[in-house]
Design a protein. Structure first.
Length: 122
């Protein structure tokens, strides 16, 4: 399952939590902090705990497709780093419980930049 996240909507911590709460359907009691985000995302593939509207079957991965990533990383480096680190921690928790990782990250920039980079050798 792919969840597309327009990072232009994220400008600070409050908007980060608002965007994820809306896209994932976090419960009303969502604490709007890193630990609460990790907790909700950890249970994406739990058949008993239903804290999100988005769910994954056991063994399935939810891809966070982060759009406009270059601008986002420049504008909100702390939030960008937190998404990477917290996603890794969610997967670490899964592995510690004998489950498969549940999150993957996909980074995407606008089509114009992609066109400019195509054919260039790195």
């Amino acid at each position: 399952m792919i969840v597309r996240i327009d990072t232009r909507l994220i400008t600070d911590w409050a908007s980060f939590h608002e965007v994820f709460a809306l896209l994932f359907g976090f419960p009303d009691y969502y604490g709007r902090n890193r630990n609460a985000w990790i907790d909700c995302m950890t249970y994406l593939n739990d058949p008993v705990v239903k804290d999100t509207a988005v769910s994954a079957k056991p063994g399935e991965v939810v891809v966070l497709h982060l759009e406009h990533i270059i601008d986002f990383k420049k504008r909100c480096p702390e939030v960008y780093d937190a998404i990477v680190e917290c996603s890794a921690f969610v997967n670490y928790r899964q592995i510690q419980c004998g489950k498969e990782p549940v999150l993957a990250l996909s980074f995407f920039e606008n089509a114009e930049l992609v066109e400019q980079l195509e054919g260039k050798k790195f």
